[in-house]
Design a protein around this ligand. Structure first.
Ligand code: SAM
Ligand code: SF4
Ligand code: SF4
Length: 356
């Protein structure tokens, strides 16, 4: 293979830096924007256990991705904490090093429901930090967003457990749906200001084919910033890393400078401001399909390669070949041709399968 390790770029000059690994397609929540009950009911055909990549297979693939330039691994799902013995996988992944000998940024996105039970175990296994999804503080709003009547107090207790275990800096992801939970923006901002946790507002996306997405339910990030700024003044901050999805805003002090103790928020404007130009993320589905974009309708079957006894060199060549041909930029194209969902979403994979 001609490309030296870590220098792989796609057809748009984007390097491969971030790998999101979905460890299960199952979840104990039914957020309507992700796994609506009407589709994900009792009879939904989840993957059989034999179809899932084993921890050894995931680790072997992750090692090859790291050799190709990946510096950050994020475990996701479905709900990743539902995968049995997930801490064993974390132990294996935390032993990986970049070609330069550096530890990876190893993190996990969770709905927080099992954090109280698992935070210490995760930390001991080598997980560095967590991102917790939380769509509101009002119990009734939260129970209706998760659609399984799960109480917000239990997620807040999970957050506390993650803090106590040292799984920080913790990020909180709030998906904002206009008319459903946008009244929670200010209470959430007040609650997490000065907490050391970074609250990030995500525009409701047209991912998957089942959530019935409509543009008029998207509350643009600019409006989120405007609402918070009108009560708690904000100042723009520099991006923390190239390819970072969130635009950062710091809480201002009386002199209009960033008050570091008060902290910051982030906004992820996946719909109103495409960030495909710097997108350095690949996604590995629960059954070992490699997806090059959240909105892709097909993946590349790495599991068959693995199970057909491909050598490490063959795996490396396959990854290089696939990434070098990548041309995906769905959000950019969507912003050029805005349209409502139905037609274009027909064949897209679900977020619970591909990983957020
Ligand atoms: N179950 C875990 C959780 O909820 O954090 C991990 C998987 S979830 C698919 C990953 C992230 O995707 C969550 O923060 C979730 O809020 C976000 N997400 C799911 N569907 C979305 C949508 N339609 N638009 C925007 N974000 C979405
Ligand atoms: Fe489950 Fe996360 Fe999807 Fe909600 S967003 S249904 S918690 S996978
Ligand atoms: Fe990356 Fe695809 Fe999202 Fe663009 S639409 S930022 S290419 S995942």
């Amino acid at each position: 293979m001609a490309t030296p390790p870590g220098l792989l770029v796609d057809t748009r000059g984007r390097p491969l830096r971030d790998l999101r690994i979905s460890v299960t397609d199952r979840c104990n929540f039914r957020c309507s924007y992700c796994m609506p009950k009407e589709t994900f009911g009792q009879d939904y055909p989840y993957l059989a256990h034999s179809a899932l990549l084993t921890f050894e297979e995931i680790t072997r693939l992750a090692r090859q991705f790291v050799l190709q330039g990946v510096q950050k691994l994020r475990l996701t799902g479905g709900e990743p904490l539902l995968r049995k013995n997930i801490e064993t996988l974390i132990t294996q992944l935390s032993a990986l090093r970049t070609p330069g000998g550096k530890a990876l940024d190893l993190t996990l996105t969770t709905n927080g429901s099992l954090l109280q039970r698992k935070a210490q175990l995760l930390k001991a296994a080598g997980l560095q930090r967590v991102t917790v999804s939380l769509d509101g503080l009002d119990d009734a709003v939260f129970r209706s967003m998760n659609d399984v009547d799960f109480p917000v107090a239990d997620v807040l207790a999970g957050l506390q457990a993650a803090c106590d275990a040292g799984l920080g800096p913790i990020k909180i992801n709030m998906v904002v749906k206009r008319g459903t939970n946008d009244q929670e923006i200010l209470p959430m901002a007040r609650h997490f200001r000065g907490s050391g946790m970074v609250l990030r507002f995500i525009e409701y996306m047209d991912v998957g084919a089942t959530n019935g997405w409509r543009m008029n339910e998207v509350l643009p990030s600019a409006e989120v910033v405007r609402r918070i700024h009108s009560e708690m003044p904000l100042v723009p901050l520099e991006a923390s890393a190239p390819g970072e999805t969130a635009e950062r805003w710091g809480y201002a002090d009386g002199n209009g400078r960033h008050d570091v103790a008060a902290g910051e928020i982030g906004v992820i404007s996946s719909v109103t401001q495409a960030f495909c130009g710097t997108c350095n993320r690949a996604r590995l589905s629960t059954e070992g399909q490699l997806f090059l974009c959240l909105f892709a309708s097909r993946g590349y079957d790495l599991k068959t390669l693995l199970r057909n006894t491909a050598s490490d060199d063959q795996l490396a060549s396959a990854l290089a070949y696939i990434w070098q041909a990548r041309n995906d930029r769905y959000s950019e194209l969507r912003s050029l041709q805005p349209q409502d969902s139905a037609e274009s979403s027909a064949r897209r994979v679900e977020m619970s399968y591909i990983g957020g």
